[in-house]
Design a binder for this molecule. Structure first.
Ligand SMILES: Cc1cc2nc3c(=O)[nH]c(=O)nc-3n(C[C@H](O)[C@H](O)[C@H](O)COP(=O)(O)O)c2cc1C
Length: 354
């Protein structure tokens, strides 16, 4: 698969064809399924980690801690288990629908204590609906799953090391490592993250926008720049300036254009705000494309959870065509494109229900 060509095609105006079968939601892992045992004192709580990050909470597998384009959940997880875990050291495939593991083989030489969760994708699931637009979404989804793992690890007090989102390999696309706990800590709160159904109305307060822009910027580790489109009374694009304040990047209403760029989803024109991660020039190499999209997904997963914690409603928006933000702001074409977004509002669907 040539990712450079795949991204150029996904960003073009070409429409996807009819849907195709998504195939099974879980890889055909070999051997019998095993439950994830309870952790003894001092061991890493794998059961809770997987419940908080990857496990489906419904039989169809659509509802999971990580967001996913079309709820197709193309991301598969392998566990590389070292010492200090409730499972014997080895490699395991994870079944998120049944919350079971399948033993794949012995641990690779030099496996560190704790667990490394390696993420790969089954492209067919996302292609079934998005066709040639699938590849950026597959990478964004992987970033979201890495974000869910990282947040779950933090909630367990497990001090995860920085996630591997460098884009250097196709398999795994990403990895999150957790050492065994060094001291026992009460698990932190983990609010459920759900994507609010459109419409998402109401401009979030400026301090919330600033905090989310900063959180997304930090999580994307310099791979992308971030801004937020807001509507009346003072429409424009806002960004977090290096001095920590919210500054205007451009004046004027951007949301209708964003709605057209995002596969003509009309509701985006009325969203309270749209957080945008942009960069990844046309004709970037495969590693840079992977890195930018993995980081964008990771950042939007974290920003979405942060938004929910602040009482806001959020919905990721990841399918962008000809979304040349840099050119729209008067810069050279093909240099600065929208990679991912998070629509925000102040109202929740429950509040709108009569
Ligand atoms: C990479 C990505 C792209 C998405 N793009 C859109 C989108 O363009 N429009 C939309 O309405 N929802 C979009 N979503 C939200 C998904 O539809 C939503 O995550 C999915 O239905 C599962 O629901 P949940 O987030 O509540 O778990 C996207 C999610 C992800 C992760």
């Amino acid at each position: 698969m040539d990712l450079v060509t795949a991204l150029a095609r996904a960003r073009s105006a070409e429409e996807p064809g009819p849907g195709t079968p998504a195939g099974p939601a879980v890889p055909a892992w070999p051997g019998p399924p095993h439950p994830v045992p309870d952790a003894a004192p001092g061991e890493l709580d794998l059961d809770r980690l997987l419940r908080l990050s990857l496990m489906a909470s419904d039989a169809s597998g659509r509802l999971r801690p990580a967001a996913s384009a079309g709820a197709l959940h193309p991301v598969d997880a392998r566990l590389v288990v070292g010492t200090g875990c409730p499972l014997p050291p080895g490699r395991y495939g994870y079944d998120p629908l049944r919350h079971r593991v399948h033993h794949l083989g012995p641990p690779p030489h030099g496996t560190p204590p704790g667990v490394t969760v390696e993420l790969t994708v089954t492209p067919r699931r996302t292609r079934s609906h998005y066709g040639h637009r699938a590849w950026p979404l597959l990478l964004l989804d992987t970033g979201h799953a890495a974000g869910a793992l990282w947040l779950a690890a933090r909630a367990l007090g497990a001090a995860p090391t920085a996630p591997r989102l460098d884009g250097r390999t196709e398999d795994p696309l990403a990895a999150v490592h957790l050492p065994p706990p060094t001291r026992s800590r009460a698990p932190g709160p983990t609010p459920p993250r759900r994507s609010a159904p459109p419409p998402l109305r109401g401009t979030p307060p400026r301090d919330d926008l600033l905090a989310l822009l900063r959180a997304a910027g930090e999580a994307s580790a310099g791979e992308l720049a971030w801004c937020a489109a807001v509507g009346p009374p003072d429409p424009g694009l806002l960004r977090a300036a290096p001095d920590g304040t919210l500054r205007r990047l451009a004046a004027g209403e951007a949301r209708p254009t964003l709605a057209v760029w995002a596969a003509r989803q009309g509701w985006i024109a009325e969203a309270g705000a749209v957080l945008l991660g942009h960069g990844c020039p046309d004709r970037s190499g495969a590693a840079r494309i992977r890195r930018a999209h993995l980081r964008a997904g990771f950042a939007v997963q974290l920003a979405h959870v942060a938004a929910v914690r602040r009482g806001l409603a959020g919905r990721p928006v990841g399918s962008w065509q000809q979304a040349d933000l840099g050119a729209a702001l008067g810069g050279p074409p093909g240099r600065d494109l929208v990679v991912h977004g998070l629509a925000l509002g102040t109202t929740h669907s429950e509040e709108r229900t009569p």
